[in-house]
Design a protein around this ligand. Structure first.
Ligand code: CAA
Length: 258
C-alpha cells in the first residue's frame, strides 16, 4: 500500500481545492509538505482552467505550525541553507486568488500560511495564534509583519509576546477572518466564494488583487500609482469592452479572460 500524498488537490470547474494531508502531525509544515504545496500551487497557477484556489487542512486542523521536530536540533547555518522560509515567497507569487478555509488550529507557520492567502474563511472551531515565543523563537514566516498589518500593532504585539490563541470569533472581531461558518459548511462556503470570484473577469481580478496587495505593503502614493496603471491597462482587455457593453445592453457579460 502506498502512502497518501502529503498534499491533495482537486479541481471542480474553475476552482481548485488544495488540502494539507499530514493529520498525524496536525499538518505541521515540514520541508517536504511545503515543497509539495509550492509545486501544486505553481502547477495550478499555470493551469488556465483554474481561476481561484482554496487552501484547507480539512475540518480538524489547518496547520499547527512549522515542523518543530524537523528544526529542533538544526544549526543556524543548516536553517539558512534550507532556505525554507524564502520558498514561501513562491506562494505569494501565485497570480490567482487563494482563499484559506481554516478549521481547528492555525498556529505559527499555519497562521502565517493563512495570512499569505487573500481571504480567510473560518469554521467555528478555528484558533489562530503565533505561539513561537513558547518554544524560544519568534514568527519567522511573516507573522510579525502581516499580523501587525492585519489586526494592528497592539493586538499583534500581545499575541506574539504571549503566544495566546484567538478564537474564530475574536479573530473575526479584529478583522483577521472574513466570515465564520459551522464546521460542516466552512469549506463549501470557501469554495462558493472562490466560484464567485472565478466567474469575474480574471485579468481584472488579477489587477485588482495586485493593487490591493501592493498597496498594503507600500505608501498610499505608490499604491495609487499601481491602481491607476492597472485601471488604464484593463482598457486593453476584451473583458472590459464586453463588461461595459453588456451593462449598456442590459445583458449578462460573457467574460473570456482576454
Ligand atoms: N511540529 C511538529 N509536530 C507537531 C507540531 C509541530 N508544529 N504540532 C503538533 N505536532 C505533533 C505532536 O508532536 C504530536 O505528535 P506525536 O503524536 O508523534 O507525539 C501530534 O502532532 C499531535 O499533537 P499533540 O499531541 O500536541 O496534540 P494536542 O491536541 O495535545 O495539542 C497543539 C495541539 C496545541 C496544536 C500542540 O500540538 C502544539 O502546541 N503544537 C505546536 C504549536 C507551535 O508551537 N507552532 C509553532 C511552530 S514554530 C513555527 O511555526 C515557526 C515559523 O514561524 C515558521
Amino acid at each position: 500500500m502506498t502512502d497518501a500524498p502529503i498534499v491533495l488537490h482537486e479541481i471542480n470547474g474553475a476552482v481548485a481545492t488544495i488540502t494539507l494531508n499530514r493529520p498525524q502531525a496536525l499538518n505541521a509544515l515540514s520541508p517536504e509538505l511545503m515543497d509539495a504545496l509550492i509545486t501544486i500551487i505553481a502547477e495550478l497557477d499555470g493551469n488556465d482552467a483554474v481561476r481561484c484556489l482554496v487552501l484547507t487542512g480539512g475540518p480538524r486542523v489547518f496547520a499547527a505550525g512549522a515542523d518543530i521536530k524537523a528544526m529542533a536540533e538544526a544549526s543556524p547555518t543548516a536553517i539558512i541553507e534550507r532556505r525554507s522560509i524564502e520558498k514561501w515567497e513562491q506562494i505569494r507569487r501565485c497570480r490567482k486568488p487563494i482563499i484559506a478555509a481554516i478549521s481547528g488550529y492555525a498556529l505559527g507557520g499555519g497562521c502565517e500560511l493563512a495570512m499569505l492567502c487573500d481571504i480567510i474563511v473560518a469554521s467555528e472551531t478555528a484558533q489562530f495564534g503565533q505561539p513561537e515565543i513558547n518554544i524560544g523563537v519568534i514568527p519567522g514566516a511573516g507573522g510579525t509583519q502581516r499580523l501587525t498589518r492585519a489586526i494592528g500593532p497592539y493586538r499583534a504585539m500581545e499575541l506574539i509576546l504571549t503566544g495566546v490563541m484567538l478564537s474564530a470569533r475574536d479573530a473575526y472581531a479584529v478583522g483577521l477572518v472574513n466570515r465564520i461558518c459551522p464546521v460542516e459548511s466552512f469549506l463549501a462556503e470557501a469554495q462558493r466564494l472562490a466560484a464567485e470570484i472565478a466567474a469575474r473577469p480574471p485579468i481584472a481580478v488579477r489587477m485588482a488583487r495586485e493593487a490591493v496587495r501592493y498597496g498594503a505593503e507600500t505608501t498610499v502614493r505608490d499604491g495609487l500609482e499601481i491602481e491607476r496603471r492597472n485601471f488604464y491597462l484593463l482598457f486593453d482587455t476584451e473583458d472590459q469592452k464586453e463588461g461595459m457593453r453588456a451593462f449598456i445592453e442590459k445583458r449578462k457579460a460573457d467574460f473570456k479572460g482576454k
